[in-house]
Design a protein around this ligand. Structure first.
Ligand code: NAP
Length: 479
């Protein structure tokens, strides 16, 4: 693709790259400069995209899983070949440090390869008959055209997490990337085209979110919506889905607790907490949001953690060696500063950072606040920023109770070496993912998703493929 100054990227519909009447400007959050433009589609074009997807469905589903898998491997080959350039694009549009962007491309490649293989295993089953002369089969069939909606924080990998299993299952997909980060989705479309994925099978819908979301909800061609984003928009989709009883997979907001117990390996706990909190500039749905430290080790942990946070390098993600990049926009930066101010008002003490950095780019100093009250905004709402609120607890029971005291339940973390405690936490913590001594628990093979207001359904793992398959019972009599 090549990031020419203010190049305008075309829309990708039914295998064609087309100009449209509207353009969206893409801003680099490290410089606040517009560096590219993208043609946005209109209401007529999204309906045409749905028609093209529908037309492509019979021949795509008729391919064998092996044939679809071969194509997905080719897409993965393309991503790998273009790894550094696509990673650079992610850094320009999202701001994250380049090493993390490369990690995102690598994980996207891994997702594609894993689902290319998992497609072979969309097994049904046979069930012993209840009556003579009958046979019962369970067959899995692709659900049909999928509308996939992705956010800006992991713009490539969260798109691939939907697109790869949908295609593997035999479904055409229309991907709507976030308007702030559509360029890596364009790169993905280029990889699809080069790999030979048919034009109607993978298309892009870049443009007005409400208009595209509405088309997915109201056009019966779209048989499933897979959404990652805020709980607020997830709730709107639930309301909109009622009319056609449209199936939804929802990966929504998080507010992850991180529990540090006195028996942990303290240095490891510091390192894993740094990853869980500051990876992706804290703008991760699974970011540690509330850090609870057992009182007996609170001071020692805080001392080591603050020292480690002060070592983090913050700056433009294209520069070498950065750990933390800019936040996505002014609104996100303002929200983080408000949470810091509120935490201090509620008795919190800023131990590191706490302020905006410079005047150009949406940079926030990596921040640690100690003694944060449970009624502070940052303990109640998703923070989505490099801000680490720390508080303390006495007992395991108390820690679990406070960890679960949230309407969200996407992920949670615990630092402990006590095997009994690991099992108790595994059973009692209310979250879709629990990382024990592990600040980066996501893998292609393991299910990912939330409980409570963090969403419906699972991505990745066998569950991730199943999300795009129907389960049909076939009963055969007269055998
Ligand atoms: P967002 O505002 O909900 O946007 C996410 C996507 O939805 C974007 O593509 C957006 O398009 C689109 N959208 C907005 N309004 C819509 C509507 N009415 N109908 C259909 N689509 C609509 O969320 P965000 O601020 O980009 O992302 C941050 C949130 O995502 C956080 O809450 C985070 O926790 C959550 N998240 C969850 C996971 C997970 O796996 N559970 C992973 C990452 C992020 P536009 O960009 O065009 O507005």
């Amino acid at each position: 693709m090549g990031m020419d100054q203010e190049k305008t990227y075309k829309a990708y519909l039914n295998g064609q790259w087309v100009k449209t009447d509207r353009e969206i400007e893409i801003v680099n959050p490290a410089t606040e400069q517009v560096f590219a433009k993208v043609f946005a589609i209109d209401g007529h074009q999204i309906q045409m995209a749905l028609d093209a997807a529908e037309a492509s469905f019979p021949s795509w589903r008729a391919r064998t899983a092996k044939e679809r898998g071969i194509l997905l491997h080719r897409v993965a080959d393309e991503l790998k070949r273009r790894r550094d350039e696509i990673a650079h694009t992610i850094t320009l549009e999202n701001g994250k440090p380049q090493a993390q962007s490369k990690g995102e491309v690598d994980m996207s490649e891994d997702h594609l390869r894993w689902f290319a293989e998992e497609a072979h295993r969309s097994y049904g089953r046979t069930i012993p008959p209840q009556a003579h002369g009958k046979r019962h089969l369970v067959v899995k069939t692709p659900i049909g055209t999928v509308g996939a909606i992705a956010p800006w924080n992991f713009p490539l990998v969260l798109s691939v997490r939907k697109v790869a299993p949908a295609l593997a299952a035999g479904c055409p997909v229309i991907l709507k990337p976030a308007s702030q980060t559509p360029l890596c989705a364009i790169a993905l479309a280029e990889c699809m085209e080069t790999a030979g994925v048919p034009g109607g099978v993978f298309q892009l819908a870049i443009g007005n979110a409400a208009m595209i979301g509405d088309a997915f909800l109201t056009n019966p061609i779209c048989r499933k919506i897979s959404f990652t984003g805020s709980t607020k928009v997830g709730q709107e989709l639930i309301r909109g889905a009622a009319h056609q009883v449209k199936p939804l997979s929802l990966e929504l907001g998080g507010q992850a607790p991180l529990l540090i117990f006195e028996d942990c390996d303290l240095d490891r706990a510091v390192q894993e907490t740094l990853i869980a909190k500051f990876r992706n500039t804290g703008q991760s749905c699974i970011a540690a949001n509330r850090i609870y430290v057992q009182k007996t080790i609170h001071d020692e942990f805080l001392h080591k953690f603050v020292a480690a946070v002060k070592q983090l390098k913050t700056g433009n993600g294209v520069d070498d060696g950065m750990d933390v990049g800019p936040m996505i926009n002014q609104h996100a930066l303002d929200g983080a500063l408000l949470q810091i101010e509120d935490a201090v008002k509620h008795g919190g003490k800023v131990m590191a950072g706490g302020k905006r950095m410079g005047t150009r780019g949406y940079f926030l100093e990596p921040t640690v606040i100690d003694g944060v009250g449970d009624d502070s905004l940052c303990m109640l709402e998703e923070t989505f920023a490099p801000v680490a609120p720390v508080t303390s607890f006495d007992t395991e029971e108390e820690a679990i109770e406070r960890a679960n005291r949230s309407p969200y339940g996407l992920s949670a973390y615990a630092m402990t070496r006590d095997i009994g405690r690991m099992f108790r936490l595994a059973e009692q913590i209310e979250a879709g993912t629990l990382g024990i001594n592990d600040g980066a628990p996501t893998t292609s093979q393991s299910p990912f998703g939330g409980v409570k207001q963090s969403g419906w359904g699972r991505e990745l793992g066998t569950e991730g493929l199943d999300a795009f398959l129907e389960t049909k019972h076939v009963s055969i009599g007269g055998v």
